[in-house]
Design a protein around this ligand. Structure first.
Ligand SMILES: NC(=O)c1ccc[n+]([C@@H]2O[C@H](COP(=O)([O-])OP(=O)(O)OC[C@H]3O[C@@H](n4cnc5c(N)ncnc54)[C@H](OP(=O)(O)O)[C@@H]3O)[C@@H](O)[C@H]2O)c1
Length: 424
């Protein structure tokens, strides 16, 4: 039997789940792997705060040194959240030769190069399955199971809050503001929802996934990002009439040395496997040159699903002879031989409010034709007070051409209500 002692940094939702899982699964771990895992110390902000799990008082501390400088602790599990002081604490742990398991996508996305360097220099491991997609084994799939592939595309729904909001808007025909308020009341959205609704959380996760998928460092600033705050229930309804479902998408594509990495809401055809991933579920759709298409789906958050990933990493870390690290040069700056484009090609859904007058429709069509954007369909909806609603769907067109076609519309006659990308 092997005995390991672990220290926690944080004991909120995820930490509580990890503690519960380690306690409840103790016998199986011992029986299956001959491993006894003892939690030694737990760093929290406030030791007197009531917790969802019963933890012996002597285990809790407000002094990070009791975990980071504790010679008995060989594994540090981090679920404090935020970039700092989490990064500084993880670096201290790694430099003291302790292996780190983290659920923190922000600290990893921003400081991965520093953390990996410290882990490699001090011969210890850095594990982060829980940082993307909760229980879904996306990190191990990308870094080990699919290593015989040239991965060309990763499309994912990796933020449960925004997927929940858009799913409910579609189901109930409610506005963004109404559904967000209700999600906050139910504890499904943070009081300050910016990280979710502005796409920051998804961009951090995409930077990690894309780096592993494409074997190069994709840093956070290279990710194009648009949130869901401007989405109207009218567009969700119009899209549905055309067989399209609106999803909060994270998308990464590689063609040769050109990469497009973006987070934004997008319409998907109802036949796409991601279009039926609803509510708080997450899913990652991958295309590799040998494996073809595949999709992983499951619970992307929650105490026990996330604990499943953390404890899975811990077991792996405790049993391997040599820790694995990503293959690429993990530097602060991206590889200069790569091109990160913002002129990707896709289809577009455009909703316009146009003057109901002779020649206006023809002028709209001309504006798009002049920029070489071909219109696949144009539908005229309800007319009222001298205006009509126009819904255009284009064929595939470059982003810049689409933007200049839209900019060329005469704002006195045509107002652009929304432009939404249509992916497949
Ligand atoms: N929640 C999820 O479903 C989920 C899923 C996947 C990944 N994650 C990631 O897991 C991490 C933790 O999330 P969570 O939901 O468990 O957060 P949480 O409930 O807010 O817990 C944070 C814990 O860290 C402690 N803490 C925070 N700052 C500290 C500091 N400066 N010094 C000492 N202790 C500090 C808090 O102490 P007190 O308890 O005393 O306040 C608390 O125990 C985040 O990186 C998050 O992105 C979460």
């Amino acid at each position: 039997m092997k005995r390991i002692r672990v220290g926690f940094l944080g004991c909120g939702n995820v930490g509580g789940g990890v503690y519960r899982l380690l306690e409840g699964f103790r016998e199986e771990i011992l029986h299956r792997y001959g491993l006894q895992i003892d939690v030694e110390k737990i760093l929290v902000r406030n030791v007197t705060k009531p917790r969802s799990v019963e933890i012996p008082e002597c285990m809790l501390t407000e002094d990070p040194g009791e975990v980071l400088e504790n010679p008995d602790i060989a594994f540090v599990l981090e679920f404090m959240g935020g970039e700092e002081p989490a990064t500084a604490y993880m670096l201290r742990a790694l430099k003291a030769g302790k292996t780190v398991v983290t659920a923190n996508k922000v600290a990893l996305a921003m400081n991965w190069h520093l953390l990996q360097k410290a882990a490699m220099e001090h011969g210890c491991g850095l594990y982060y399955e829980a940082s993307v997609g909760g229980a879904i084994p996306v990190i191990s799939t990308l870094s080990t199971s699919l290593r015989a592939n040239r991965i060309e595309k990763v499309m994912a729904i990796i933020n449960g809050t925004t997927n929940y909001i858009l799913s409910r808007m579609a189901r109930e025909g409610q506005s963004y503001e109404t559904v967000l308020r209700d999600a906050q009341r139910l504890g499904l959205a943070e009081p300050d929802p910016a990280s979710d609704v502005d796409g920051i959380d998804a961009a951090c996760k995409l930077s990690i996934m894309a780096s592993l998928a494409f074997h190069c460092r994709v840093t956070y600033p290279q990710i194009y990002r648009e949130g869901i705050t401007e989405i109207s229930d009218v567009d969700i309804r119009m899209g549905r009439e055309m067989g399209l479902t609106l999803k909060p998408l994270a998308l990464a594509k590689r063609e040769g040395d050109t990469l497009e990495i973006r987070v934004h809401p997008a319409f998907l055809p109802a036949s796409h496997p991601l279009s039926s991933v609803d509510g708080s579920f997450n899913a990652v759709y991958i295309h590799g040159h040998a494996c073809g298409d595949m999709m992983l789906q499951g619970r992307g958050a929650g105490d026990m699903p996330t604990a499943s990933a953390v404890v899975g990493d811990l077991l792996q870390a405790a049993m391997v002879e040599k820790h694995m690290h990503p293959t690429f040069a993990n530097t602060a700056e991206p590889d200069s031989s790569l091109v990160f484009t913002d002129n990707w090609k896709t289809r577009y859904y455009i909703r316009l409010s146009a003057m109901d007058a002779v020649g206006v429709l023809a002028r709209v069509a001309d504006c798009f034709a002049e920029k070489n954007v071909s219109i696949a369909s144009m539908v005229q909806k309800d007319a009222a007070e001298g205006r009509v609603m126009l819904i255009l769907v284009t064929h595939e067109a470059p982003e810049h051409a689409l933007a200049s076609a839209v900019a060329a519309l005469d704002p006195r006659k045509v107002q652009v209500q929304s432009v939404i990308r249509v992916e497949s």
